[in-house]
Design a protein around this ligand. Structure first.
Ligand SMILES: Nc1ncnc2c1ncn2[C@@H]1O[C@H](COP(=O)(O)OP(=O)(O)OP(=O)(O)O)[C@@H](O)[C@H]1O
Length: 273
């Protein structure tokens, strides 16, 4: 069964007529993680924002986006707002952008959870504390009292993962969530994403340009180029028997970089390989 089914997604700029995604169709199976890969500008982020219906002004979309049996494309703005967070949750590259810089992180968490569930302040604090501890964030109370700029990128991503643990959405859409982090934080945050899936049995879309991370986290891979899906297969097939020349190019580039790294570092291996 599919958690998400995207059919004939088209995204264009209504001011210029420029089509950024021409006709994309794919599905995400229940409990499965689909990685979206492709070069810069291939349409990965637009795909994520279109599923969330959070495209910027002037950007239009058409096509069907089924979450279970609900067609998100036909919901009113208000109905869609209720789905965001509770049913589908997005985690972005820069944690600083996800939070309001003018208030403490806890205020944002309180507002979000009170709006979706109507829980009391104490209940939200208790649930968030438990979730934060489970993603190995020490001193949850101090974190909730901190402003976003006082926390590291890795900590902010963990706070988002902790929030997702409490929200228990059907699908988590993570758009390059580890790109702005150092290698050690990347490793730890990817681990937390893997555990999130296990704990709440959600499906996941994970956008990354790092094929090492994709190999560790994804069950299936969607390859995009110039706004088109050029290949979709299991992670194993994509890495060992890609059919499309562009996918083979991506995989061989990664292999060449790894070999180069090993040559210059005298046999040291990157943590992901
Ligand atoms: N708000 C917008 N208005 C007009 N064009 C846009 C807008 N957002 C994105 N685009 C264009 O759509 C194309 C796809 O952009 P998108 O951000 O989805 O790429 P991406 O694959 O996520 O790239 P990256 O890896 O660099 O984040 C690009 O050509 C981009 O310039």
């Amino acid at each position: 069964m599919n958690t998400l089914t995207v059919s004939n997604l088209k995204v264009w700029d209504s001011r210029t007529g420029n089509v950024m995604i021409s006709n994309s169709s794919f599905e995400v199976k229940q409990g499965s993680c689909l990685a979206i890969v492709g070069e810069s500008g291939s349409g990965k982020s637009l795909t994520c924002r279109s599923i969330m219906r959070l495209n910027k002004a002037g950007v239009r979309q058409s096509g069907d986006i089924l979450l279970g049996e609900v067609n998100l494309s036909t919901l009113s703005a208000n109905e869609m707002r209720k789905k965001r967070g509770k049913k589908l949750c997005m985690i972005v590259q820069n944690g600083m952008r996800a939070f309001d810089p003018s208030c403490a992180v806890g205020v944002h968490l309180q507002e979000t959870l009170a709006w979706h569930f109507g829980w009391s302040r104490d209940e939200i604090t208790a649930r968030m504390r438990k979730a934060m501890e489970s993603v190995l964030l020490k001193e949850p109370a101090a974190i909730m009292n901190s402003y976003p700029h006082q926390l590291s990128g890795g900590m902010l991503q963990r706070v988002m993962i902790a929030l997702a643990l409490v929200l228990e959405p059907d699908i988590v859409i993570a758009d390059e969530p580890t790109t702005a982090l150092d290698t050690i934080s990347q490793f730890e945050v990817v681990e937390q994403f893997n555990q999130l899936r296990g704990k709440i049995s959600c499906s996941m879309i994970f956008v990354s340009h790092d094929l090492g991370i994709v190999k560790r986290i994804a069950d299936e891979v969607l390859v995009m180029k110039d706004g088109n899906v050029v290949e979709h297969g299991t992670t194993q097939d994509i890495f060992s028997a890609a059919r499309h020349a562009y996918t083979r190019y991506l995989v061989s580039s990664k292999r060449a970089l790894t070999e180069h790294f090993m040559k210059i570092m005298g046999g040291e291996r990157d943590v992901y390989h």
